[in-house]
Write a protein that binds this ligand. Sequence first.
Ligand code: ATP
Ligand code: MG
Length: 395
Amino acid sequence: MIYDSLMIHYGELSTKGDNRRLFVNQLTHNVRLALRRFPGTEAWGGRDHLYVSLKGQNPEPIIARLQEVSGIQKISLVAKVEPTEDALKEAVLALLKEEKGSTFKIDVKRADKSFPIHSYELTCLLADHILDHSSWTVDLHHFDARIKIDIRQEGAYLSCHDYPGLGGYPLGMNGKVMMLLSGGIDSPVATFELIRRGIKVETIHFASPPYTQMAVIDKLKDLLKDLNDYQPSFKLNIIPFTKLQEAIYAHVSEPYCITIMRRMMLRIAVEVAKKEGCQALATGESVGQVASQTLESMQVINEVTNFPILRPLATSDKVRIIDTAKRIGTYEISIRPYEDCCTIFKPKRPKTKPQLEDCYYYESQFDWKSLVDECVNSYTSLYLKNGEELLKEGQ
Ligand code: ATP
Ligand code: MG
């Protein structure tokens, strides 16, 4: 095989200045981590691209792995040769030997302006060479093989095949959030969208045993192990929510239970997020999907905090969310039957337009503050790394 490297094209090309350097450094680090299971491969970052040398290994599983790394726009399978006319002539013929079809097109980019032959001239020269030495013919519109040639100072890169990447930013470049993870379809997809944006995700779950079962925790672990493809390690914080939830149902009129419960969840999540060094919360909410996700509800629920809350799926359709869930592998896990604290206590007539005064009234009926403190001070944490559960962080 003539191909010996991969050329990685950076996502979000508008990234400039200092951010560009951070971007390249973080992506290089993440790519090296992702390629640990392919010993021998080497990755290094340049200004315009990042390169991976294959060291004779099959490129397919390596490309598939890189397609799970955020911050990559596109991956090209490339052959690196000396930037000379003779080497290029030999390489284009060798490249076409591995292609199927009969028509080709050449595109030359000359990043190294000191290269003596101009792009158009080089294109003609190489095309003539192919016509003279093979049965391939030129077709600029309906070609079977498009040979891209990138002339750089350190070498000439030839490629025929590109593979799409995840896009977005390198993980870890845009801070850390605390994601409210429920075990449904939406929150794992929201988690994936945050990771794609370069945001590291830590998770929090409100559990209400014995009303909710341990099976929910197993489901969350499976979801996070699956998402380890995109973020190598997760922390899952589990909040013992039963006492507070029972107090809510004892003191709050039924249509307001979900609103008050969500206000409590936010209060707790903000404190845990601060403790864990997160700069924002995130949820899988989508506007209009259910009673607690109308803008009126969100306003009343959000009133408990001015801590930022990201909602990556706010405007996504369910069909699109399900598509993404299937693509990233969380769908089959999410649809396993389970009881969430929201489903168990689901009121028959939840308020779609709750009033703040009513919330204040219900919250004045019981000592929720000490129950919230108890939750914030007594949660347990699990760690999932590379598809395995760890006993403690960082193992
Ligand atoms: P999902 O598919 O993520 O469960 P959903 O459409 O079922 O979302 P809701 O149950 O109304 O919607 O929850 C909205 C959001 O609130 C969830 O996406 C999640 O971020 C958060 N959430 C709900 N229940 C819990 C829970 N028990 N623990 C942590 N977060 C929760
Ligand atoms: Mg849910």
